[in-house]
Design a protein around this ligand. Structure first.
Ligand code: ZN
Length: 244
């Protein structure tokens, strides 16, 4: 009986410490966003961003679509996947897109020590530099999960979450619903997060097909409304550098 009691007490203490280390900071950063950026004030354009790639088929289709409509985007790549596709990273840079850090493995900061988190960020940065020859500026944590030390670990990069997330990692989100939501939320300074790879944990493998289908309708719509997608660095320059 005493053993069970102690087991419960220890579990409760560990659980509470984990909440303080991981879950609370994530929501505090998201609500009050000190040093965590969500959108850009006074910008003229908006930003399409893609997480979890690159993917040999879907990323290529997205790059083709962006090229056709002269739109720019930021790709938050997973280092371990990116090192298998260096040519795609080179193409992103050659066509004027930006590459950001999304960890070397697609792991949540909630389960990483500060040392391990720093390593995930550095290893992903090394892959980007090796493949594309550019130093990343932005960091987006997988699932937007932050821990107590994330901002410190991610220095000198800007940590950016998003202003609009659409659930496009799931096939439950139809192409039509996604397209309608993307159109209705279009706003200057907005940062959209979408996914160019469905092979990460919790995602549906073919979900990017819906994302690409929706983009085929959404991008011409945005152009028609004189709204261009820019890279995050360009968006930052356009605004007053005041991030929200
Ligand atoms: Zn992700």
């Amino acid at each position: 009986m005493i053993v069970i009691k102690w087991f419960l007490v220890v579990s409760l203490v560990i659980g509470f410490c984990w909440l303080l280390y991981a879950v609370f900071p994530t929501y505090l950063y998201r609500w009050f966003h000190p040093n965590v950026y969500i959108n850009v004030k006074r910008a003229q354009s908006f930003a399409l961003t893609f997480d979890d790639g690159p993917h040999r088929e879907y990323t290529v289709q997205i790059l083709n679509l962006l090229k056709e409509h002269e739109m720019k985007a930021t790709f938050f790549v997973v280092g371990s996947i990116a090192e298998e596709q260096p040519d795609l990273l080179k193409r992103m840079v050659m066509e004027g897109h930006e590459i950001g850090i999304h960890h070397y493995n697609h792991v949540s900061a909630w389960f990483l020590t500060p040392g391990r988190l720093k390593k995930e960020i550095q290893m992903c940065k090394d892959v980007i530099i090796e493949a594309a020859g550019v130093e990343p500026i932005f960091y987006r944590p997988p699932w937007g999960h932050l821990n107590l030390f994330s901002i410190w670990c991610a220095r000198p990069y800007h940590t950016i979450i998003w202003s609009n997330i659409f659930g496009d990692w799931s096939l439950k989100k139809t192409k039509r619903a996604l397209e309608a939501e993307m159109k209705s939320k279009l706003k200057r300074g907005a940062v959209y997060v979408l996914h160019d790879n469905g092979e990460t944990k919790g995602a549906d493998e073919k979900a990017p097909e819906h994302t690409i289908g929706a983009l085929r309708e959404f991008i011409p719509y945005a152009k028609q409304h004189k709204m261009n997608s820019k890279t995050l660095s360009e968006l930052q320059k356009e605004g007053t550098s005041t991030w929200n």
